[in-house]
Design a protein around this ligand. Structure first.
Ligand code: SF4
Ligand code: SF4
Length: 494
């Protein structure tokens, strides 16, 4: 009996779960029959302006280099011409894409699709290994926001000065600073919009045409205005909101993470319990961890989060909090790395693996795809041939008694030079082309060539013969394209 009593005492002490009354004060005291009062849940959270503190450090230096380099490439590449052709030019009216000296046609669309797939796989591969490195170091939204923040800091001053300026009543100084900042932002935004359109309308023509109001398409004005506005709003006003609410990558990138993925992480074991203390205080004897709770990691964060709360989808992996915390650790004479790039396994004290099945899989797929695309581009024949059979008549009989079929050949010269092509036909016994067989086609032109094929009716073994047309470049017999068609005639002579 006493045994049972003590057992039940033990069980109740083990299984007792602490509870808390969470009944809404509005609902408290209502009987079971009384319907609950409707409540309004606010789904919209208004944006709190983030005043980001500028920070210097190892990762900020890397970011600065990569972001300025990318911005520089964006603004300069469209100005570079090779052999009179822009290095990158998406010529939509002509349906041609000039990329680094190679012209791609709508027929090459599959190659461009593969290039995009390769970029996506590259992103997955990098994410698996290094988390959101793309977001922190190369994403255009990050790059432009970085430049806009840089301008803001130069004009309005440091974080504290900016907070003070925003709180201050309107004055000439405030108006001047704000106008200067927005003017500079609009200038960068306009340059961005102009450059973007310059990839579709050669920029060396666009800039003079724009200022002389002789741009050939009114759409150019529309798109410049559109991209100017989009850049100004995204990088100047929305900033981290684009990453938090508009970017799909932020939402699905976590599925590529595993315990071996490097992410910006706070070492909870080492940092807690956090607390303020004097520099001379010994954290061990004061029962504190290494986090001095200075809030620097939050002040430098462009998305305004506290990395000490753990991995969050808002974190773009920029590592500015790492630089900030390292500076504090240096000041306190504590080892660096309270916030660092670390894997979940490393934080748990286990060994991490850079090489693992997932990363090998991504890398293998990536290498295979790159090789396939390089091979396709290297062996690509810049020539297309299409045959359209004349539907007006099945066949004609010529004055000489031959059977004749007529066709229209569409020959596309996809090379960057004028070329001559020989047209031949095979598959028809005794068949020959009775019209012209040599065609000269300008670079990028599509030639429509009427062709007549004739044969002696004695050669026909049936009413229909499969034939093949060939177009062969005169200067290089390896540049050849073919296309199948049919030759129709009367029933064979017995
Ligand atoms: S910067 Fe470092 S020390 Fe300061 S609050 Fe953040 S984690 Fe703690
Ligand atoms: S938590 Fe750190 S790494 Fe993440 S966005 Fe903020 S500053 Fe960048």
């Amino acid at each position: 009996m006493s045994n049972n009593a003590s057992n039940s005492e033990n069980v109740s002490s083990v299984t007792k779960i602490p509870t808390q009354d969470i009944t809404d004060s509005n609902q408290a005291g209502l009987s079971a029959d009384t319907p609950p009062k409707p409540q309004t849940i606010e789904l919209y959270a208004s944006r709190k302006k983030i005043y980001v503190k500028e920070i210097q450090g190892f990762f900020q230096r890397i970011r600065s280099i990569s972001l300025w380099l990318l911005m520089g490439s964006y603004f300069l590449l469209c100005w570079i011409n090779v052999n009179g052709q822009p290095l990158i030019h998406f010529d939509l009216p002509e349906r041609k894409f000039h990329l680094f000296g190679t012209t791609f046609w709508p027929q090459d669309f599959i190659l461009l699709s593969w290039l995009l797939i390769i970029c996506a796989f590259g992103l997955f591969f990098i994410t698996t290994l290094f988390g959101r490195m793309w977001c922190g170091y190369t994403c255009p939204q990050t790059a432009w926001t970085f430049v806009f923040m840089w301008i803001e800091e130069r004009i309005e001053g440091s974080r504290n000065q900016r907070i003070k300026l925003d709180k201050a009543p309107n004055s000439t100084n405030k108006l001047l600073k704000k106008s200067l900042k927005h003017g500079a932002w609009l200038f960068v935004a306009l340059a961005t919009g102009l450059t973007f359109v310059g990839y579709f309308y050669p920029i060396r023509e666009l800039v003079p045409d724009l200022f002389t109001f002789t741009v050939s398409s009114g759409w150019a004005y529309f798109w410049i205005a559109f991209f100017t506005l989009a850049t100004y709003i995204n990088a100047g006003w929305m900033r981290e909101q684009v990453c938090l609410y508009m970017c799909p990558y932020a939402r699905f990138q976590s599925v590529m993470f595993d315990q071996d993925t490097l992410t910006v992480s706070y070492d909870y074991q080492r940092g807690e319990p956090r607390g303020k203390r004097k520099k001379s205080a010994d954290p061990v004897s004061s029962g504190l961890g290494h986090c001095v709770d200075c809030g620097m990691c939050v002040q430098v964060c462009p998305t305004g989060i506290d990395i000490r709360d753990g991995l969050q989808y808002e974190c773009i992996g920029c590592a500015l909090c790492v630089d900030a915390c390292d500076q504090i650790m240096d000041k306190m004479n504590y080892p660096r790395g309270l916030i660092s790039y670390a894997t979940e396994k490393a934080l748990e004290g286990s060994e991490s693996h850079l090489v693992r099945p997932k990363s090998i899989g991504y890398l293998t797929a990536l290498v295979l795809m790159v090789l396939a695309v390089v091979y396709s581009i290297a062996t690509r024949i810049p020539l297309e041939l299409d045959v359209i059979r004349d539907r007006g008549a099945l066949y004609y009989t010529t004055p000489k008694g031959f059977i004749e079929n007529t066709y229209t050949l569409k020959i596309v010269n996809m090379a960057d030079t004028l070329r001559e092509f020989d047209v031949t036909v095979e598959g028809l016994p005794g068949g020959f082309i009775s019209t012209t067989t040599r065609v000269t086609i300008q670079s990028g032109e599509v030639a429509s060539v009427p062709i007549s094929v004739e044969t002696d009716p004695a050669n026909l073994k049936s009413t229909s013969h499969e034939i093949t047309f060939y177009a062969t470049a005169v200067d290089n017999p390896d540049t050849v394209a073919d296309s199948d068609s049919r030759f129709l005639g009367p029933p064979p002579l017995l």
